[in-house]
Design a protein around this ligand. Sequence first.
Ligand code: NDP
Length: 498
Amino acid sequence: MNQSAAAPIQAFIEGTSRPGAGAELPVIDPTSGRQIATLREDSAADVDRAVAAACRAFARSDWPRLGIAARQEMLLRLHDAILAHVPELAELECAALGVPMRDLLGMHLPRAAYNFRFFAEFIGQACGDVYDQTDGYRSLVLREPVGVAALIAPWNAPCALASMKIAAALAFGNTCVLKPSEQTPLALARLVEILHEAGLPPGVVNLVNGRGAVTGAALVDHPGVDLVSFTGGTETGRAIMAAAGRRLVPCTMELGGKSANIVFASADYDRALDAALAAIFANNGQQCLAGSRILVEKPIAERFIADFTDRTRRIRIGDPRDTETELGPLASAAQRARVLGYAKGAPAEGLTLLTGGGVPAGLPDRLAGGFFVEPVAALAPDNTARACREEIFGPFVTIQVFDGYDDAIGRANDTDFGLVSYVWSDHLPTVERATRDLRSGVVWVNTTMTRELRAPFGGYRNSGVGREGGEACQQFYTEAKTVTIPSRPTTSRRFGAG
Ligand code: NDP
């Protein structure tokens, strides 16, 4: 039953792998540009089968009614099972995504496992509310699973992101149907099998595959779906939320970003430089929380720009399986064309290209068909250019020079997005002020990409609606039921008693 990179990828419904009725779609290895697998797209009828299975499991299986200890035990078992398969999953993820293996082995897959442990521990500590301010009454707030969750995940970190959604949905007693991106279905298909091999009851987690407009839209529109948790692009999020809104289905939307990385002159220079590079070039530059707009303060700007450009030129581009590689291929030909297009258009929009923006020369022949790109750094006078306003979602950073605190905050907040802001300064009053003035769901001070799972994660404005995290997920994946009980017998108005 193993879905390997060579076998067709298909749906997994009620514990069984089954081919979809839709088109056959190629899965491409971005490192070579070659097809490595075929995906059987799931039609609306297949989606209907998956949702029906999740509905049955919600209505009839033990899962929503399990005691916390039993649910924790299962979540911990799933954690262990994923950990035991990290190399296999990393290989599959790398094959379709091209992110360096050392990131997949060191971060993505351990995080995928940890998400299950995190929620197992969280539900052991979660508690509810009691209100006794109304004399003679006590009201308890019970939290109950909502039902069937549609989980829609993007291609840039398939296992790490989808596992958070699966673990959260399960921890609070829901069942679910997962739809990964059709570009990167390999590792998640195997992960879902692994969950079942570890003993997850059939129907609790179901998997469908296919394009967003076909399989994804059928899932969101399905009347059996009670919740939608989406991570992806802003425009897709808008369409999904509109569709879900017609049925009043609650959604969380983790969307794009155009995050400012502010480097004040009072920063620890070396740390800020290292972190600025990591914030934009990690994960091949394809991350929602990328620090894609560097704002550097005038007194250190010349040195910072020179050092940043030099380091960017020296980034090791290559096969993601090589341990030396820092930047692998972009995930698709379209993604590479997008980055190259922004680089080409940059000078006409007033940007100065400092480095990159071409296809790297000198790669070995076996990588000739891969979607490699030279990482781009460009100097921008302000935020007007498209490269400063639109999410590129690749290794492309713009650098602006600012003059003083107000200028920095003004430039940082001059965006339609609001996911993350980075602040680099060792001057406490500056840090204090900035954390209050920045309009984003997350502010990272003197650090980069430190995700605290207990705390809410999500964005302002076009970066999203709702949050993910311990308590935020509890709110989303449960219905609140208020039970009011009098402390002594009550007397009602005696209608019809004369
Ligand atoms: P997309 O919005 O294109 O797709 C995301 C998912 O939605 C995919 O599974 C896609 O399927 C599916 N989809 C597309 N259209 C529909 C539809 N009409 N109905 C239902 N599902 C649909 O995003 P990408 O996959 O390109 O991911 C990149 C985006 O994700 C970036 O904007 C990035 O910022 C954002 N992101 C946000 C994060 C956050 O936490 N805020 C984290 C990571 C990424 P398919 O691809 O198969 O067509």
